[in-house]
Structures are given as structure tokens and as C-alpha cells.
Design a protein around this ligand. Sequence first.
Ligand code: FPP
Length: 246
Amino acid sequence: MSTASLPAHSDPPPGPNHVAIIMDGNGRWAKARGLPRVAGHRRGADAVRRVVRGAGELGIPILTLFAFSTENWTRPAEEVNDLMGLLRHYLRSELEELHRNGARLRVIGNRAGLAPDIVRDIERAEAMTHANSRIDVNICVNYGARDEILRAARRLAEQVAAGELEADRIDEGRFERELLTSGVPDPDLLIRTSGEQRISNFLLWQCAYAELIFVDTLWPDFGKEHLERAMAEFRRRERRYGGVVG
Ligand code: FPP
């Protein structure tokens, strides 16, 4: 065997290509300090800025953050307002920097339930950054995976009923095209902060083969170094996709 085919020791280990994060623990961070929950969410928004910047520096091609779920509407109205306010502020205050740093921003979720001014801000941010290619930053807002999968199934059923599609032509590729993440490669690493070990209705289809990493750090304390540690752990794992390696 020629040594030319062996990877050089200096070759960087592969991946992850797409990191998805369930940002959890804002409330506990605030409670531990005797502060209102909104203070935790504010520090959580600071962590979003830090982690987006860090992901760009670490060369992660795609970063997806779970900011607001379809179930989060059941929180007290004041907390929902605070979260929407932080999202509004983020979309306005970070847009220039995201654009300057080559980030393509995409908001994933059901927009029908969002305030019209937030939808306008989302559309503006997506239009401004759509040609950027250094890092894709996806923010999931009013997102729920079961809702996403149900809507996809319903749309396909409608096409079959209308005679536009044959049922046996529905394969994984066709199904994926109906998902909100259509065109986005699946996450290969899913991180959840705060010690909870659940997926909580996040990217259920897309995370079929993702490596799961649960860290105890609360989201407001999470930063580039934690991301780097999770990436190193990901690289140590052997990924088999249901097959056999070696
Ligand atoms: C979980 O903490 C976090 C959320 C429900 C929302 C995440 C939101 C942010 C990080 C801030 C705004 C986002 C952007 C994109 C600017 P929790 O309240 O469930 O914490 P707990 O489990 O400790 O109560």
C-alpha cells in the first residue's frame, strides 16, 4: 500500500458539518442568582451571539439553534413577550455583523403564528444574507418537529388525492422536500445544554443519525470552548449509520 493514500497526521479530523443546539437552562441560570427568568433569557441571547461567532471561527459550516418551540406558547404571556422581544432585538442588532461575517441567516418554523413585524424582520434578514456562504445560521422559531412532519404528510396526501403524485413515489428524498429544512443537510451533531437528556420535539426526522451530546453547562454559560469540546467528542465517536465499520 502506498503511503500516499494514508491521511497525513496534520489533516484535521472530519466534521461536524452541521451542529444543532437545544439551548436550555436560561431559567435555572436566573433562579440560581435570584433573578427573574427574563435575565436568564437575556444572557441566553448573549450566548447566542458568542456561539454564532465561535462557530464561524471554528469553521462549522451549519449551525442550527432552537430558540422557540411550538410548545413555548404555553409559558406565561410575559415570558413569551420577553422571548419575542429578544428575537426582535437580535434580528435587528446582529444583522449587520452576521452579514459582514458571511453568515446566511434562515429562520425555520411556522411563521403564521409570529407578529407581522417579526416576520418582516426575518424576511429582511434572510434576503440580505442569502448569498453569504461562510456559515449557515438557522434559528428555529415557533418550530415543532411533529407539526412539521404532519404538515409534510398532509401536503403529500393532498397531492396524491389530486392525482398529482403516486403514493409509491414518496421516498425519503420526496418527503424531505416537504420539510421546513428542505435543502439543509441533516445535523450530524446535536447538543443539549443544562443536563437534560431529551430531544423535545426538535428536528426528529433530521436527527435520525446525529450524534447526541448532553452537557451540564447552562445555556447562558455556554461558549466557544464548550462547542470546541463537543466537536472533539464528536470526532472521537465512530459513526456507523447502521452498518459496520472496519
Ligand atoms: C430554554 O431555557 C431556552 C429557551 C426556551 C429559549 C431560548 C432563547 C434564547 C437563548 C434567547 C433568545 C434567542 C435568540 C435567538 C436571540 P428555559 O427557560 O427552558 O430554562 P429552564 O429549563 O432552566 O427553565
